[in-house]
Design a binder for this molecule. Structure first.
Ligand SMILES: [Zn+2]
Length: 602
């Protein structure tokens, strides 16, 4: 992109002037808008064109509030915040009534785009107040026309608050689950033979109950923000469906009166790449659905498991939900504390070298990698990724597709011949991957990858034990980041503990002086959370490869001394995972329980 590109768009100019959005991204977004516009014209389409703000939010995952806050002030819209009273039953009833006189299509548009008629102006009854997350929305005049009022004022309200209000006014429907409520099903089985009776399963899966259950489950899990769905056979006529939210599995639905084989068949039927009739081997597939106007991908894993009776052919199914909206492309939102963020930015801003993120499965490693990639992404650089499988679509990167025709190792070799600047290798699994990744890092490429280790220093030993020479480890790596997710206490219900256990707190590393001022919060549980917790926070330990750290590793003759590395790193400002968690506890964001959990892994 030409650095001198002149921006004519008022919003573009403002976003760049304030440094809120990278000029390259703005330029790309403008290009997309122009392309869409000419496409629309060529096809003679009448549908509304996406504006710059929408493209930045939808395609580049720029924070909605950031962009629309600028728009509101740029065009002189007043911002208001909703009060608790606005969510009261009577207010909600009133707002719902304001929708009644409007044409159906307009209602649907308003629900989708979060536009609400708040009230008639109390001083001027011919005037209405409208709240919108995008105050420049072009349909707003249609609303006033349909209501027959003369004038109106549009207020800007944060998308988050408006969405919460809209959900109360019109709770999102799950038509599939509604269907289930209407039906009553009783299945009887006369045959309890040894073999699976394909015809009887066929008959069962065609019942709409199961189709509704499967589709309803896919929708509901996304709306609740779950990361995984588990479908587990629990007897000849019973299947349990659990969903994982904020890292914890909870029961969602128990289906009785249907054979688990039939439920499995319905899900397998909907999964690409999965053979419904195969019940003895592990299979991986995927499903794609458009939910609430957003494309969601699901990765399906099927494995055969032992049933209690001989005739059972049970399979456990786990569905991972890949919702791109959850991807964070803003480094600030990753939650790096203090110097950790400086280290991280310094490491990823170098032209070459390795960035390794370590942590157990589900610790948010890919989120960190994607945010790092988004930070450095520019049209001038070629970003390639090798992941098996691809988890999230990263705009601007070419993500190699692994299949039985091209495996992980082949893809890795192909990448080197594809003129990369930046490469992300999903995971260092063995010596071969490690060697290739290090080779790329040492030949002028910025290389991102992950490893499964508990903390940052032990990643060094892991590489050494894989058979990588110490001088290669010492000079190829820029930074190793160890990461964990801890549960965040619910703001609405957390409460200070009356008697804090000083002995326990001291054993967790709090000093006498810290204890004096420390308020320890404990989880309580309310309607807005799950058991006193809501959402999760990342904590990091960043081992930056300084001269001294490199020398320590390079000079290690026989074994890597993790303690010495850690000691030196702490001297240079590294915050350990335990310290990072303790910091979060001091801020009242997490609990003793979570600190113990992190600490017990040390
Ligand atoms: Zn709560």
């Amino acid at each position: 992109m030409n650095k001198k590109t002149k921006f004519k768009d008022k919003l573009a100019v403002e976003l760049i002037r304030t440094g809120l959005v990278d000029p390259n991204k703005v330029a790309m977004a403008i290009e997309i808008r122009e392309n869409e516009n000419s496409q629309r014209k060529a096809l003679g389409e009448r549908r509304a064109q996406r504006n710059l703000a929408q493209i930045l939010v939808q395609d580049f995952r720029i924070d909605h509030y950031l962009v629309f806050n600028v728009i509101a002030s740029l065009y002189g819209f007043r911002e208001i915040t909703l009060a608790d009273e606005d969510y009261s039953e009577s207010r909600i009833e009133y707002i719902r009534k304001m929708f009644d006189p409007l044409p159906r299509a307009l209602q649907e548009y308003m629900i989708r785009n979060k536009i609400i008629v708040l009230r008639y102006d109390k001083d001027r009854p011919y005037r209405i107040n409208i709240a919108a997350a995008d105050p420049t929305d072009r349909t707003i005049p249609d609303i006033t026309r349909a209501l027959g009022v003369q004038s109106y004022e549009v207020f800007y309200v944060k998308l988050k608050s408006l969405s919460a209000l809209m959900e109360k006014v019109f709770p999102p429907e799950n038509v599939f689950l509604k269907e289930i409520e209407k039906q009553e099903f009783e299945f009887s089985y006369e045959d309890m033979e040894d073999e699976i009776d394909e015809t009887s399963i066929e008959a069962e899966i065609n019942k709409s109950l199961l189709v509704n259950l499967a589709e309803g489950m896919l929708i509901e899990a996304v709306r609740r923000g779950a990361s995984d769905i588990h479908i587990i056979p629990a007897g000849s006529n019973r299947t349990e469906i659990n969903i994982r939210i904020d890292g914890t599995l909870r029961s969602w639905h128990i289906q009785e009166g249907v054979r688990p084989e039939a439920i499995a068949a319905v899900i397998k039927d909907r999964s690409k790449n999965v053979d419904r009739f195969e019940r003895d081997s592990a299979q991986d597939g995927f499903i794609q659905r458009k939910i609430d106007d957003h494309m969601i991908r699901y990765r399906v894993s099927v494995i055969p498991i032992q049933g209690s009776e001989v005739q059972n052919k049970f399979e456990s199914i786990v569905i991972r939900i890949l919702d791109d909206r959850k991807v964070i492309s803003d480094l600030d939102k990753l939650g790096f504390q203090g110097i950790a963020k400086e280290f991280f930015i310094k490491a990823i801003s170098k032209p070459q070298g390795m960035i390794i993120v370590t942590g157990p499965t589900g610790s948010g490693k890919s989120t960190t990698l994607i945010a790092a990639l988004s930070y450095i992404m520019r049209p001038e650089i070629n970003v390639l990724t090798v992941e098996d499988p691809v988890e999230y679509i990263i705009r601007g990167a070419r993500q190699l597709k692994i299949s039985y025709k091209m495996d992980f190792e082949q893809a890795l070799r192909a990448v080197l011949r594809h003129d990369p600047d930046v490469v992300m290798v999903g995971e260092i699994r063995d010596k071969e991957t490690a060697e290739t990744a290090i080779k790329m890092a040492n030949t002028g490429h910025l290389t991102f990858s992950t490893l499964h280790t508990n903390d940052a220093p032990s990643a060094v030993s892991r590489l050494y034990k894989m058979g990588i020479e110490t001088f290669l480890i010492a000079y190829a790596i820029n930074i190793i980041i160890a990461q964990r997710l801890v549960r965040r206490l619910c703001d609405k219900c957390k409460r200070p503990m009356k008697d804090k256990d000083s002995k326990l707190l001291k054993s967790l590393g709090f000093t006498e002086a810290e204890l004096d001022n420390l308020i320890v919060y404990e989880p309580v549980g309310c309607g807005a959370c799950h058991g006193g917790y809501k959402g999760r926070l990342a904590i990091h330990e960043t081992l930056y490869f300084s001269k001294q750290i490199r020398r320590l590793i390079f000079e290690a003759s026989k074994d890597i001394n993790e303690e010495a590395i850690k000691e030196q790193a702490v001297k240079e400002g590294m915050i350990t995972l335990r310290d990072a968690c303790r910091e979060r506890m001091k801020q009242g964001l997490t609990s003793i329980e979570e600190l113990i959990h992190v600490t017990s892994e040390d």
